[in-house]
Design a protein around this ligand. Structure first.
Ligand code: NAI
Length: 301
């Protein structure tokens, strides 16, 4: 038995970082009892603060009432105890760090503890979801739900199927996403980086090589994309906003070892490694391709 969309009452988010806190904020505001779990207590404290800030903004913009926000905050629980977060859950969205081995360990634990009918989803940016399904005894209940940053504001969520995912499970994931007032698009094949990130890859990695080879500067490329092509952010600004340097470097080995068709077969541009080694992960670290003042950092959950 697999949970049906109209039976979902409780949602659990694993990882309370940039994405997890936003997904949790959306879920609680949409009426679900929501647990956010992280191994790091300080991340949970920060998640709580940022969600409160984000909710206040929603009230200011008249997107939610004070009462709706109070109710949403009542529905939110933050815990470092995995068991507490998943023992009564209906739907898990994993948003921990972008490393295949970490995610596989998490999925083994989820499978052991979560109710048998619960669906286990991952927010991976492009790692191997089929392998996550295979570490569980419920591969048909594993699916990708890939959000965009920041979850409170971005409308699109990709729902990714593996060879084990039946339509009913993808349908349930899509119904849940739509109950969050988001738009789901389905990626019918578990292919590295799915649809959007796959399309965007030439705009992210190509420009890094151009700078590395000394052909252009960050500013020239970002300006060209914004002013000539009409993109809201240039590739380096976007990567600093999303934490793309960290995601790409930490996922590099997993991508190189990935045996799915169309896997990434190229190494990450050394420029990203140089920045990563200096802790320049993007806005959240106050430096990435560019440098930022702490107050520049967007608060949104
Ligand atoms: P982040 O680094 O901000 O947050 C990751 C969190 O996971 C941290 O708080 C960390 O303490 C926690 N964590 C690590 N191991 C854990 C475990 N075993 N159990 C529970 N929590 C654990 O990362 P971010 O940016 O939120 O990314 C999370 C996931 O979402 C990654 O898979 C990433 O590829 C994906 N993603 C990121 C996007 C972005 O724009 N940053 C967009 C879409 C997907």
């Amino acid at each position: 038995m697999v949970v049906d969309s109209n039976e979902i009452e409780t949602v659990t988010v694993i990882g309370g970082g940039q994405m997890g806190r936003g997904i949790g904020a959306v879920s609680a505001l949409s009426g679900y009892e929501t647990y956010i779990n992280d191994i790091d207590e300080s991340q949970l404290n920060e998640a709580k603060e940022r969600i409160e800030w984000s909710y206040e903004k929603s009230v200011e913009k008249k997107q939610a009432t004070e009462t709706e926000i109070e109710d949403a905050l009542d529905r939110l629980s933050f815990t470092t105890e995995l068991e507490e977060a998943i023992e009564g859950t209906d739907f898990v969205m994993e948003a921990a760090v972008e490393q295949q081995s970490v995610k596989e360990d998490i999925f083994e634990d989820l499978d052991e503890i979560a109710p048998a009918d619960a669906i286990l989803a991952t927010n991976t940016s492009g790692l191997n979801i089929t392998r996550l399904a295979e570490v569980t005894d419920r591969p048909s209940q594993v699916v990708g739900t890939h959000w965009f940053n920041p979850p409170m504001l971005m409308e699109l969520v990709e729902v990714i199927m593996t060879e084990y995912t039946p339509d009913e499970v993808a349908d349930t994931a899509e119904d849940l996403i739509e109950s969050f007032d988001k738009t789901a698009i389905r990626c019918r094949i578990d292919i590295p980086s799915f649809i959007v990130n796959r399309l965007m890859r030439p705009y992210g990695e190509g420009p890094a090589w151009m700078v590395y080879r000394g052909e252009h500067t960050f500013e020239e490329i970002d300006s060209a994309m914004k002013f000539k092509e009409g993109f809201p952010m240039g590739p380096f600004e976007l990567a600093d906003f999303t934490g793309g340097i960290q995601i790409r470097v930490e996922g590099e080995q997993d991508h190189l070892e990935d045996d799915r068709p169309m896997s990434y077969d190229t190494e990450v541009c050394p420029l990203l490694h140089q920045l990563y080694d200096k802790g320049r992960y993007g806005r959240k670290a106050d430096a990435g391709y560019y440098e930022y003042d702490e107050q520049d950092e967007p608060q949104v959950a």
